[in-house]
Design a protein around this ligand. Structure first.
Ligand code: AP5
Length: 215
């Protein structure tokens, strides 16, 4: 089963993708994570995209389509891919369709996670991540069980993303509504869209995602 988690910044795509990886053995393909990894390792492409990402603007279609093509070529994804943060433009959506078709694969569902803008702001400005294993936390809604210690790996080192501030978030939201939200109609017309309410406890949202996939 190959699926897309579609939604604005802070909708909970990464959080729910981690659940699906743990519970269903699927493979998460997050273009945001791939781009951040390229920055950290200091590749030429990583240097090229750093300022664009910090502003909250979109990286070029060519770069992200190339990243996804490499992953599809890698042969991973036995239980299916979760596309998280990709596609984000109509050109990326067309490219994904072509890539999957060239591998004899199909897209089974696109889960749109709906969350209102006020909730997005508080989710994004409260987010922090374990520097060791990338587990995602929140100042209010998802604190580690032991204060200051990652539940997953025990590290005491946490970071906040450079683009998780109100100014970059405004740009990210604008880009979402301008470039990415047309994908809702695109996948609706293809009969692949499933809409779920992304508000509520993380477990409640996970149950809605599971319900949409198992329909
Ligand atoms: P990317 O990393 O994809 O960021 P994003 O789409 O803005 O999404 P986020 O990771 O911010 O949010 P999320 O929906 O995963 O939420 P999360 O689960 O963490 O992209 C970053 C940048 O890379 C882009 O701006 C762009 O520059 C570039 N880029 C990436 N892909 C690209 C592409 N395809 N084309 C062009 N450029 C691209 O949750 C957020 C917080 O809320 C967490 O703290 C979490 O604990 C909390 N939370 C989650 N669920 C709940 C809940 N149900 N209740 C309460 N709190 C919750």
């Amino acid at each position: 089963m190959n699926i897309i988690l579609l939604g604005p910044p802070g909708a909970g795509k990464g959080t729910q993708a981690h659940r699906l990886v743990a519970e269903r053995g699927m493979v998460q393909l997050s273009t945001g994570d791939m781009l951040r990894a390229a920055r950290t390792s200091g590749t030429e492409m990583g240097k090229q995209v750093a300022a664009v990402m910090d502003r909250g603007d979109l990286v070029t279609d060519e770069i992200v389509i190339g990243l996804i093509a490499e992953q599809l070529d890698s042969g991973a994804g036995g239980k299916g891919f979760i596309f998280d943060g990709f596609p984000r433009t109509l050109a990326q959506a067309d490219a994904l369709g072509d890539l999957l078709e060239s591998k004899g694969q199909t897209l089974h569902a696109v889960v749109e996670m709906k969350v209102n803008d006020e909730a997005l702001v508080s989710r994004i400005t409260g987010r922090y991540t374990c520097s060791e294993c990338d587990a995602v936390y929140h100042d209010v809604t998802k604190k580690p069980v032991k204060d200051g210690e990652c539940d997953a790996c025990g590290s005491h080192d946490f970071t906040r993303r450079a683009d998780d501030n109100e100014e970059s978030l405004r740009t990210r939201l604008m880009n979402y509504y301008r470039d990415t939200s047309p994908l809702i109609g695109y996948y609706y017309a293809k009969g692949q869209l499933k809409r779920i309410d992304g508000l509520g406890e993380i477990d409640e949202v996970a149950a809605r995602v599971a319900g949409a996939l198992d329909e």
